[in-house]
Design a protein around this ligand. Sequence first.
Ligand SMILES: Cc1cn([C@H]2C[C@H](O)[C@@H](COP(=O)(O)OP(=O)(O)OP(=O)(O)O)O2)c(=O)[nH]c1=O
Length: 198
Amino acid sequence: MISDIKIVLASASPRRKELLNQVGLNPVIEPSGIEEIITTTIPEEAVIELSRQKAEDVAKNQLPGTVVIGADTVVAAEGKILGKPKTHEEAFEMIDSFQGKTHNVFTGVTLILCGENKMTVRSFAEQTDVHVYPMTQEEIRSYAEEDEPMDKAGAYGIQGRFAAFIKGIDGDYSNVVGLPVGRVYQELKKICEQEEKA
Ligand SMILES: Cc1cn([C@H]2C[C@H](O)[C@@H](COP(=O)(O)OP(=O)(O)OP(=O)(O)O)O2)c(=O)[nH]c1=O
């Protein structure tokens, strides 16, 4: 049964843990220590690569039967990949680049089932399109000066005050918050079924 699997979440993001808790899963938290360096201009590839690095880093230390989950989220807007802003000024520029427009949020997820001698690895990327209302320069300035944007890809939190500027989305909401939890649950179910057959 899915509730019997030991799940290790290779992430420091409180949102990812909460999303797993929401569907009845209680992961152990072990953030990876990798440095996040993006080496491709294709967002789907970037998030898959980073999610895999995070999961592999943590999977090295696990007992057989454990499933490690790694994830990474970026925003793709106007042909650029946006991670977390380093300064409030950068947060301003990121938001200004997509206000009044539609951008894409990608979360890459890697699940690793640790075995006696081998690791079974599954990765995927999920896309959600986010439509943002036009914002005044003052609205952007005031939001970008807060703490809320600073630990988030694209410099906003759809689950926070930035909801005031969200016109709508196409795709999975939880994917924007950092983990497409429905798809993760379904993948975990498949792993469970395979384990039961083996
Ligand atoms: C776009 C968007 C992103 N985010 C968050 C999700 C991710 O936590 C974060 C992107 O950073 P990530 O590098 O994907 O994750 P993280 O640094 O928080 O955690 P770890 O690397 O340890 O796994 O942005 C929101 O919470 N709301 C949003 O609307």
